[in-house]
Design a protein around this ligand. Sequence first.
Ligand SMILES: Nc1nc2c(ncn2[C@@H]2O[C@H](COP(=O)(O)OP(=O)(O)O)[C@@H](O)[C@H]2O)c(=O)[nH]1
Ligand SMILES: [Mg+2]
Length: 411
Amino acid sequence: MNLQTFRAPTMAECLADVKRVMGPEAVILHTRTLTLKRFLGLRRREIVEITAGRGLNGGPRGPRRIGAQQRGEGAAGGRVDTAPPRGGNVATLPAPRDPMMPAQQLPGEGGFPPDNAALRDILQRMEGMAKNITDLHTIVRSKDAPEVPEELFDDYMQLVDSHVEKQVAEEIVKTLHRTLRPDHLQQRQFVREKIAEALERLLPVSGPITRTKTSGPHVVALIGPTGVGKTTTIAKLAAKLKLDENRRIGLVTIDTYRIAAVDQLKKYADIIGSPLRVVHTPEELREAVLGMRDCDFVLIDTAGRSPKDTLKLNELRTFLEAASPEEVHLVLSATADRDCVNLAIERFGNVRVDKLIFTKLDEARHVGAVLGIVRSVRKPLSYVTTGQGVPADIEVARGKRIAQLILGSDL
Ligand SMILES: Nc1nc2c(ncn2[C@@H]2O[C@H](COP(=O)(O)OP(=O)(O)O)[C@@H](O)[C@H]2O)c(=O)[nH]1
Ligand SMILES: [Mg+2]
């Protein structure tokens, strides 16, 4: 028995080589498509490989024999003629398809009129076009990221689609490519877990609000643009601390314009049985906090007049100095566009920010943006909120959870 392996850019060319070298008696034992890297300067190129033998007995359901059909042999032993389409002695195409090899359909198989050279020519051209499209696709998608390893390109794209910064996404996949064993790189679930771990390492978290003092209230203020969910988040935190930890909670809201939605917080304060004070000046705030000395926690809500006119920053700073909170959380919406978030970071960063809360993860389309923001602010993430429900829709931020959301898991 004589076995040989042939490789060519298309199935037709490969078959032609088989036939030329091994003659019409050759029997095709195996065909496969494989990917060659850096072929002619392209990043990736598919080629066809055929293993053929001579001196084998191809049974009725056996391997394909080139030329068998030409002599009227074996009904299922398909003959594949790869002679040039305009070659005079254009032979027949295969007989009915071999049911044992349905996936390995060869050019011209399966229903074409037996000697239609024009159809075979079209098929070859289409195959060539398909290859060109694949090459073009590879070139286009790798244009922006020439350093990204091909095996991990889809993972890279998933990160970028989720708005993880390109540089960060590239670094993650390059590091994985360098450090993972090649067989591990083939295992999708394994790769995904490693990417999640890499994301997790990039996401600092603070853990929940915890009282460390032995006397006096642990004071927490939430600041941030209007509409992001500060008041709702205060209500969630208050209810959680009350219900889960049986803590005494005091609520204070700064309302410099006397039009803030105090009623919203009042409703929750009443439900959990907590005192609520509405203050208008830093001095009133100081007094309010002092008046709540019996509470374990005092949560301070801040309000503005409109999204463009948040509490004036200098004013806010003065309020916070008067309250001297243990922690100030900047609340940002995961649905906001990056420019708005950047503006908020710039403005509120000048006041005081210890931790970050991301709201509306349930509505966010690009959770990867959270990663970039946390990294640029260089403050840990404390909580994320995942809906309008009070108090259910809040979670202590965990890197693993956010990594999974970035990778497309459902909430
Ligand atoms: N989908 C969703 N909506 C939220 C979330 N948190 C708050 N909201 C909604 O966002 C809107 C503004 O919330 P609010 O607490 O008044 O924002 P504030 O102006 O920052 O105090 C309200 O309709 C809330 O129900 C959340 O996690 N997910
Ligand atoms: Mg509010």
